[in-house]
Design a protein around this ligand. Structure first.
Ligand SMILES: [Zn+2]
Length: 336
């Protein structure tokens, strides 16, 4: 079987003709297999959804329990048969519940990795390289300039700043699913044991992470109405990036604005966003991780989905690996 007969790009997303299903479709479809809960990959309105239990739970929290007609939980490493196509979910190391989807039929094995990273992350299972004929990779940070430093070094910079300016508050912008909980967990691992104040938009997902055994320590609502401004002196507050342009952020005492994102590698971007303390913490593979992962899969062919496809395609070609961009639209990751 040819790879392009097993999976092919369609406007709705990647489609498997023999299995009659889509992976991470961006429009409502009959049967959707979903890699993870970020809103650009996990949309509501499909007739049926197959995903890990955590991803199904997260979709339920974000969209309400009726987000799909029917749902089925995929256990990691367990092969399911969909119209004669073998489908197996494997951990992707991106956010809680995130999975790569391995599709196998007629001697052809394709792995669609969704979003992934290789750095350690105590809030989700680590990425597992799967041998395959075709590996489908993202390329969010697919340029050699993107190299993510160790996350604990980035978190140590926040704690040093907090020690240096005990009268000021530190506001960390972090995406609501995955990044926020990872940042909190990193603070705990670095020995920070004061309460962490969180924006209301993070409450449900953070509670869910805690219910899954991911200890984030004591979290308190960052509601200024219920406290005096001075109570937040020295506090660390975590909120979604969108909240930082709000009046909400201006209520904290002399706040130092931090933002946890792979994009913080680009100084100009931090400056434009008014970020004083950029934290290069990403839930996506950096250039080196993309390269090592491609090699580990042993794939003879690489398909590149969203991000900066050109450089990665070029690198593959120079290495003698066939590669092509898929030009899928609709993936602007909310969790970079
Ligand atoms: Zn994602």
């Amino acid at each position: 079987m040819r790879a392009s007969d097993l999976l092919k790009p369609r406007p709705e997303g990647l489609y498997c003709p023999p299995g009659d299903f889509f992976i991470d479709p961006v429009r409502p479809v009959g049967r959707a297999l979903i890699t993870h809960g970020h809103s650009d990959h996990a949309r509501s309105g499909h007739r049926s959804v197959l995903a890990t239990q955590e991803t199904l739970d997260i979709m339920g929290l974000r969209y309400g329990e009726d987000f799909a007609g029917t749902t089925q939980a995929a256990a990691l490493g367990e092969t399911l048969d969909i119209n004669g196509v073998a489908v197996t979910f494997h951990p992707a190391g991106h956010v809680l519940g995130s999975a790569q989807i391995c599709v196998e039929h007629g001697g052809m094995r394709i792995v669609a990795s969704g979003d992934y990273k290789r750095q350690n992350d105590a809030t989700c299972l680590p990425f597992e390289p799967i041998r395959c004929d075709v590996f489908i990779t993202e390329a969010t940070f697919g340029l050699p300039v993107f190299r993510h430093p160790p996350d604990h070094e980035e978190i140590a910079r926040v704690l040093r700043s907090a020690a240096q300016f005990p009268e000021r508050s530190h506001l960390i912008g972090a995406y609501a699913l995955g990044k926020a909980q990872r940042v909190m967990r990193l603070l705990r691992d670095a020995g920070y044991d004061s309460p962490i104040y969180i924006h209301g938009a993070l409450a449900k997902l953070s509670e869910y992470y805690q219910s899954q055994g991911i200890d984030l320590g004591q979290l308190e609502p960052a509601t200024v109405e219920s406290r005096g401004k001075a109570d937040f002196a020295g506090a660390i507050v975590v909120g979604p990036p969108s909240a930082f342009a709000d009046r909400w952020a201006r209520r904290f005492p002399d706040p130092i604005s931090c933002f946890a994102s792979g994009w913080m590698r680009i100084r100009q971007r931090a400056k434009q966003g008014g970020v004083e303390l950029p934290l290069i913490i990403s839930d996506h593979a950096d250039w080196d991780e993309l390269i090592i992962t491609i090699k580990e899969t042993g794939a003879e062919e690489i398909w590149v989905t969203h991000g900066r496809e050109e450089a990665l395609v070029r690198w593959c070609e120079l290495e003698g690996i066939a590669a092509r961009p898929l030009h899928l639209v609709g993936y602007e990751d909310e969790g970079d």
